[in-house]
Every structure is written in structure tokens, then in C-alpha cells.
Design a protein around this ligand. Structure first.
Ligand SMILES: [Zn+2]
Length: 222
């Protein structure tokens, strides 16, 4: 695979939902989710622009199966905005599960976009909530900063990373997925489907080594 040379004026490393509840032992664990933490930490010094998203639900959020009688986690229900997967209670505001993984270099993040804080609507994407209309404001923020290319990392590949990547394309950004800096829930083949759809929408797939190789050794970290 070819190396990708960074342009510090326009590139952003976006770290999606690197939170305890999505790591091993968490309420909605992505298998071995925490293995992406050191990969992301190695990438951070290579970027001048770094930001993160944080799933941030109120108690009793409508995406929780516990709020729907007779429903179990990972079943679906119909919401006014379409079909919604129901999840175990997770990333409740202020909880340990909603906090970022302890080893993640959070101090390097210049901004955090919180999402899913409206009780009646879920939000996978960093750009739009699940109705596809309610915006988080991220596009405008990135445009004002001159960012035009997004490097996607974090959890989970087949949900929040996937929808963020597609919406990034829809908003006119170039999008690169750093494969080894993501991990999937893989619900009913969702991992393969997500990869296929991202590629179809022009998301470039790469590995962290293809980026780190191009930066100075002192930036490459441990
Ligand atoms: Zn959530």
C-alpha cells in the first residue's frame, strides 16, 4: 500500500468514541477495542490537528433496550427517524463507562464533540444525529479551521466510525480510514458491509504504518 504524506494545514486525526464502555469489560464492548489505543497514541504526534468524539447519553436514553418493553439489546425498533438498533445502557453522562480510556492521550485533543445527548434520538455520526438532519456543528467548525481531509480512527468501525466517515464524504471532506486504528462490533456482518460501503463512497483505506513511515523519526513516538 502506498504511503500517505500528511499536510498539516488541512489534515485532522479524528478519534471516535475511545471510551471505557466500548473497550473490554465495558457495557457495549467492542472485542479487543482497547488494542487501538496504542496505535492512536502513536499517530497523535504526527498530526497538527487532533479531535475526538464522545458518546454522551442521558439516563434512560431512547437507544437503550432497557427503555423498550420486551426488547433485548441488539434487537431493533422503529423510531420516528427510522430503524434503530437497541443497545445495552452505555456511555451515560458522567459515568466511568463514558470516560475516555485511561491510556488514551486525551490531552492532545483540541476539541471534543459530544453526541447522543438528546434523549429521543441516537447519534452515531460525528456530523449528524441518526435523523440525518440534526447537525453537531462539526462541519462548520472544521471548515473554519481549514480542515479538508479527515483521518478516521476509534470505535466502533462498523457504527460510529462508519457513519462519521460517510457523513464526512457527504460534507465534502476527503476521508481516510486507518484500519488498524479501528475495531468492529461486527453485528450480523456489519464490519464487511461497512468497509464495502465506505470504499464505495470514496473513503481511502490505509494502515498506520503508511502514515508513520512518512513522518520524522522523532515524531513517530515509541
Ligand atoms: Zn451510544
Amino acid at each position: 500500500m502506498t504511503d500517505i504524506t500528511l499536510d498539516q494545514n488541512r489534515d485532522l486525526l479524528l478519534v471516535v468514541d475511545l471510551q471505557n464502555d466500548f473497550c473490554s469489560g465495558g457495557a457495549l464492548e467492542v472485542p479487543e477495542g482497547e488494542r487501538v489505543v496504542p496505535v492512536i497514541n502513536r499517530l497523535i504526534p504526527a498530526f497538527a490537528n487532533v479531535g475526538a468524539t464522545q458518546d454522551w447519553h442521558p439516563v434512560g436514553h431512547s437507544s437503550f433496550a432497557s427503555q423498550h418493553e420486551g426488547k433485548a439489546p441488539f434487537e431493533t425498533t422503529e423510531m420516528p427517524y427510522g430503524t434503530q438498533v437497541l443497545w445495552p445502557d452505555h456511555c451515560v453522562q458522567g459515568s466511568r463507562g463514558a470516560a475516555f480510556h485511561d491510556d488514551f492521550q486525551l490531552d492532545a485533543c483540541q476539541f471534543i464533540v459530544r453526541k447522543g445527548f438528546r434523549k429521543t434520538i441516537d447519534s452515531y455520526s460525528a456530523f449528524y444525529e441518526n435523523d440525518g438532519e440534526t447537525t453537531t456543528g462539526l462541519s462548520g467548525y472544521l471548515r473554519e479551521r481549514g480542515i479538508t481531509r479527515l483521518f478516521m480512527t476509534g470505535l466502533a468501525l462498523d457504527f460510529c466510525v462508519f457513519y462519521s466517515a460517510l457523513d464526512g464524504r457527504r460534507e465534502g471532506f476527503e476521508v481516510v480510514l486507518i484500519n488498524d486504528a479501528t475495531a468492529a462490533i461486527d453485528l450480523n456482518g456489519s464490519r464487511e458491509a461497512a468497509l464495502w460501503q465506505m470504499e464505495d463512497k470514496g473513503v481511502v483505506m490505509t494502515e498506520s504504518t503508511n502514515i508513520l513511515r512518512t513522518v520524522a523519526p522523532e515524531v513517530q513516538g515509541a
